[in-house]
Design a protein around this ligand. Structure first.
Ligand code: K7E
Ligand code: CUA
Length: 656
């Protein structure tokens, strides 16, 4: 045992050493000298628009950022799993329920893999989904409004990483567990992991019209780590593929103990078969607790419902539904080419890149050519399912994307490069260094049946020396390549926010025309909305004070309020009466123990203030909205707890 540990650590340290010297070499050589027409290729003249949107995960920021391609300009940060003071998301009363979970209110998340909804295997630009790794959740963002409109928690899961990828008609958004855990959770010795923990693969249905999410079923798999996943497409539509590592089922020192097996598996799941089984009453309902949070565009308010059970399926109860494809050395990315024939397993510690054939897999299954089983799940023979391998393409492969012209692009973390290779012949066609240590890469539409192979961008983990230093940490960096020719051409470096893991990208046209400009005031069904000056009022209910307030350039109504007392809970319900594109108003009051509000045209948002001090306190608009923005202010008087100051409010005259 000791020996194994020592020799494995030695291998790892060599790899680490390789990483660092490789980096410094590139630093020194300053390669990446660009030909002089490069600037034109990324130049988007003032007032012109980019041709593509890129949605880049924020990793530990918990959010999703929106960029333009080819310019690399950041347009927006969409708050998803993290409170966001910039817009008041997760602070306003209306949005707090979005962050509710079975563990209570969780103001932070770790977001990894965005994926855009599809119709017939093509990106349709309706929704974008993204997973939360730490407290397992899947979110849906509506691309009409760029708002997070639904979050569903995933029970029986832990480290929700092989997520959130969608099937070719968005039938399901799939979420697989990275960490196996006791199911259901219970108090047990960690050393009894092997054979007792389980890995849940969740299939979350997406309603065709509304997009509403619901967990249709969970497959309870052996206690491996399910790292990444991809849906079959075209001929393999109806299947889903998951890479696994730690088939050793170790619970400690995984860097060594989970690197023992020569091969781990790709799990191939025939979800159509399981769906049929479930539709006929198969599986069992299991008690579980998980939050389902939905944002209503008309009340501008989210509600959180706690669900009480989930349907689970034991894979060995559905013969012919789940198989294991042996895949070398702790594969990370699991990528399926646009035709659906090739399944790439990116074995992190493997010298070669393994590609499985869907057709061969079906043949082997049909002829029952099994090589034993793991916990009752048949294992296919490596040679029987192998389509081919790319020989020694680089070190530390992580992820692969496709250009739709028969080529694949794989990132290599350790040798810091993107390698282009040909599907079918497995020959390496080109390689380009990245600066440095690349994780994921994205080609617009690369995760669909119809990639648009013009641009590719690599998301790099280390940035040192590419930009001006910003203290010990630098924002991660993305690099944009032109892949329309035979050779990849580096066009641009641009910083990204948080830690980008995956990104989804698409042509701008599909989103741009449908983007919503305002919320229609007539459709505002918020119970505390005020639409005219006559609707504005202040209502006391015990120690709660509800202020129905409106805002329009350049005043609040009311803007003078008296009769509030220390110990009150003051609700500012602010309706933005504007019906013009891009004219939000802000709201904040001195000493408020939360964030500001940013209220979109036609929207109502609520902020709670619990004044602790007697005085006359100003509030104001936080968004510079007009020439008289600085005049957009008001006062609220706070009297002692035992005072008899009558409740009064006004605008445009002195309070009498
Ligand atoms: Cu960063 Cu897909 Cu979470 Cu690989 S993962 S890099
Ligand atoms: Cu409204 Cu500034």
């Amino acid at each position: 045992m000791k020996k194994i540990i020592k020799s494995s650590l030695a291998v790892l340290s060599v790899l680490v050493a390789f990483t660092s010297c490789n980096n410094s070499e590139k630093t020194a050589s300053k390669s990446g000298a660009l030909s002089n027409n490069i600037a034109e290729k990324v130049y988007v003249a003032p007032g012109e628009h980019d041709s593509h949107y890129a949605f880049i995960s924020g990793g530990y920021s918990g959010n999703l950022t929106v960029y333009g391609l080819p310019s690399g300009r950041m347009f927006k940060e969409i708050p998803v799993f993290s409170q966001f003071p910039t817009s008041g998301y997760g602070y306003s009363e209306e949005t707090k329920p979005m962050l509710n979970t079975s563990h209570g209110f969780i103001p932070w998340g770790d977001s990894h893999h965005p994926d855009i909804s599809q119709t017939n295997g093509e990106i349709d630009g309706r929704f974008i989904f993204i997973n939360e790794n730490n407290t397992p959740r899947i979110a849906k963002i509506d691309l009409k409004t760029f708002e997070t409109t639904e979050i569903i928690e995933v029970p029986n899961s832990a480290g929700n990483h092989s997520s959130s990828f969608v099937t070719e008609n968005t039938e399901y958004v799939v979420a697989g567990t990275r960490f196996s855990v006791p199911v259901p959770q219970r108090d047990m010795p960690i050393k009894d992991y092997k054979g007792n923990f389980q890995g849940a693969l969740s299939f979350i249905s997406v309603a065709p019209e509304t997009g509403n999410m619901d967990i249709k079923f969970q497959i309870l798999m052996p206690g491996f780590n399910y790292d990444l996943s991809h849906p079959g497409r075209g001929k393999s539509h109806g299947w889903f593929f998951f890479t696994t590592y730690n088939t050793e089922e170790a619970s400690t020192l995984l860097e060594v103990n989970a690197s023992q097996n020569d091969k781990d598996f790709i799990a191939a799941v025939n979800w159509k078969k399981i769906e049929e089984y479930v539709n006929n009453g198969g599986g069992t309902m299991m008690p579980a607790e998980y939050a389902h949070n939905v944002y209503d565009e008309h009340t501008h308010t989210a509600t959180s419902t706690m669900k009480k059970e989930v349907r689970v399926v034991n894979p060995i109860d559905v013969p012919g539904a789940v198989f294991f494809l042996p895949t070398p050395k702790s594969p990370h990315g699991c990528d399926v080419d646009p035709s659906g024939e090739y399944i790439v397993g990116n074995g992190k510690l493997s010298a070669n890149l393994t590609v499985h054939s869907f057709t061969k897999m079906l043949d082997a299954i049909e002829n029952k050519k099994f090589d034993g089983d793991a916990y009752g799940i048949p294992i296919l023979k490596f040679e029987d399912v192998l389509a081919g391998s790319v020989e020694q393409p680089g070190l530390g492969p992580l992820h692969t994307e496709f250009d739709g012209q028969g080529n694949a692009y794989t990132t290599f973390f350790i040798s810091s490069e993107v390698v282009k290779w040909k599907l079918g012949t497995w020959e390496v066609l080109d390689r380009k260094p990245t600066y440095y240590s690349v994780g994921h890469l994205t080609i617009p539409g690369g995760n669909s049946g119809k990639p648009q192979g013009k641009y590719m961008f690599a998301m790099n983990k280390i940035t040192k020396d590419r930009y001006l230093p910003t203290g010990p940490e630098m924002e991660h960096s993305a690099q944009l390549y032109d892949i329309s020719g035979d050779k990849m051409e580096l066009l641009l470096d641009f910083p990204t926010h948080g830690e980008p893991h995956y990104a989804a990208a698409m042509e701008a046209n599909l989103i741009k025309e449908r983007s919503q400009k305002i919320y229609n005031l007539e459709e505002n069904k918020h119970p505390y909305a005020a639409f005219t000056d006559a609707d504005t009022k202040v209502v006391r209910k015990g120690n709660e004070v509800h202020i129905y307030m409106t805002t329009i350039r350049s005043h609040f109504s009311p803007d003078n309020i008296e009769g509030v007392k220390v110990g009150d809970k003051v609700f500012f319900h602010v309706t933005n009466l504007e019906q013009d594109f891009d004219v939000p108003h802000g709201f904040a009051v001195l000493g408020q123990n939360t964030s500001e509000l940013l209220i979109m045209p036609g929207q109502t948002k609520t902020s709670i203030w619990e004044p602790t001090k007697v005085g006359v306190w100003p509030f104001y608009c936080t968004d510079f909205c007009s020439a008289l923005h600085q005049e957009m202010q008001g006062y609220i008087r706070v009297s002692p707890a035992n005072a008899n100051t009558p409740l009064k409010w006004s605008m445009g005259e002195d309070i009498e």
